[in-house]
Design a protein around this ligand. Structure first.
Ligand code: KG4
Ligand code: ZN
Length: 373
């Protein structure tokens, strides 16, 4: 694989800077979608090295991820990604204490590649192996490093329990995170995920893949009141989401429009669509915060994670909501929101510390809800 395809993630200086002598080192591998990534993270919350090889350019011409192509690309990339991660950290495999990899949920061809690589390393070296649930990677990474309301990145632990808005390309859930492996589902989407809605709307507007970042950017220059998008379920109690009505409205608006779209049309469309998504998230989170299952645990922090957590408007709205409820707000730094190896290494470490290591062969799972951990 060519050098220029490898992206090194510089985490900058973290609080602890140096790791103590008895820090545990975990090598984490992620390959469940269109990023082949590895990282070495220690129990003092240092990211020693982090490599992400993004396949996005390979899938862009198809308007979305092609699972078969993704699996092949992971096979071609995985060895280099792991080797370069070790080199960058100035470590050999002997220095690693724990090996972790995503074992699901995700595109199974890709998951198999990373999982078998990790299994091979663990078997050859006798190191403990952790099967990480990809969603748990997203859910726990704010405990490795979080951007707080004042904009600073802190690698101090966000304490359990916390209320989590998990929004990615494949999932949209509100969870009460009570501990490692302890998730209570408070609400979830009945149809599309938030990321899917962004990606589909971007496709309708001809904005390419992935849609989230470009819709987010376009929305900044648009009028959020230009289009009257529905706010599905917001007049109903409960914490579930539905985005299919927003998607249908988008299709109807577009069918009435003159093409090619003007920049102003696209910006207004993106701003109005995003305003509807933000309103739904805030409405559902308000219900979650007054839900007795949540109130009983008194979470001190409102957290957003997953690829959609990169969204500026969603972050701002959740930060405001948190302050209204006298809660702390936390989100992963931008480069730890979308899929990455550091979140898998960190979730691997957290699981290792509570003794959740692989004792018998694990079959990767395309579907693996957090509530089944
Ligand atoms: O977590 P992730 O990297 O992959 C999954 O596990 O699914 O999330 C990818 C999703 C995509 O749907 C992408 O469009 C969305 O995150 N995304 C965003 C933004 N950046 C990425 N959505 C809204 N606003 C963004 N700035
Ligand atoms: Zn993800």
């Amino acid at each position: 694989m060519s050098e220029e395809k490898i992206i090194q993630m510089d985490m900058g200086k973290l609080d602890s800077e140096q790791h103590s002598e008895n820090a545990i080192l975990c090598l984490g591998i992620e390959s469940s979608c269109d990023e082949t990534s590895a990282a070495i993270v220690d129990s003092d919350r240092n990211v020693l090295a982090h490599i992400i090889y993004s396949q996005i350019p390979e899938h862009q011409k198809y308007g979305g991820v092609v699972p078969e192509l993704a699996a092949r690309a992971h096979i071609l990339a995985i060895d280099d990604v792991v080797r370069q991660t070790l080199d960058k950290a100035n470590k050999t495999i002997d220095d690693i204490d724990v090996v972790a990899a995503t074992a699901g949920p995700g595109l199974i061809g890709g998951v198999l590649v990373g999982w078998m690589a990790a299994t091979g390393i663990a078997q050859a070296t006798g190191k403990p192996l952790v099967a990480v649930n990809h969603l748990e990677g997203h859910a726990l990474v704010p405990r490795l490093c979080a951007t707080l309301a004042d904009g600073t990145n802190k690698n101090t632990a966000i304490e359990f329990p916390y209320l989590l808005m998990l929004a990615s390309g494949g999932h949209c859930q509100i969870l009460l995170v009570r501990g490692v492996g302890q998730y209570e589902m408070i609400g979830q989407t009945l149809d599309d995920s938030a990321g899917e809605a962004y990606d589909k709307v971007a496709k309708m507007l001809g904005l390419g893949y992935p849609g989230g970042p470009v819709v987010d950017a376009r929305a900044k220059s648009g009028n959020p009141k230009a289009f009257d998008f529905p706010r599905p379920l917001c007049d109903k109690p409960g914490c579930d989401f539905s985005f299919s009505g927003i998607k249908t409205a988008a299709r109807t608006f577009i069918s009435r429009a003159e093409q090619p779209f003007s920049d102003e049309y696209i910006n207004d469309f993106c701003a109005s669509f995003q305003a509807a998504v933000v309103d739904c998230i805030v409405n559902r989170l308000k219900n979650a915060l007054s839900d007795s299952r949540v109130r009983g645990h008194k979470p001190k922090t409102l957290v957003v994670a997953g690829g959609v957590a990169k969204n500026s408007a969603i972050r701002a709205a959740m930060e405001k909501l948190a302050s209204e409820y006298n809660m702390q707000f936390a989100a992963p730094p931008m480069n730890l929101c979308t899929d990455n190896g550091a979140m898998i290494a960190w979730a691997g470490l957290e699981n290792y510390k509570v003794g959740k290591v692989v004792k018998e062969p694990v079959a990767p799972r395309p579907r693996w809800p957090l509530t089944e951990l």
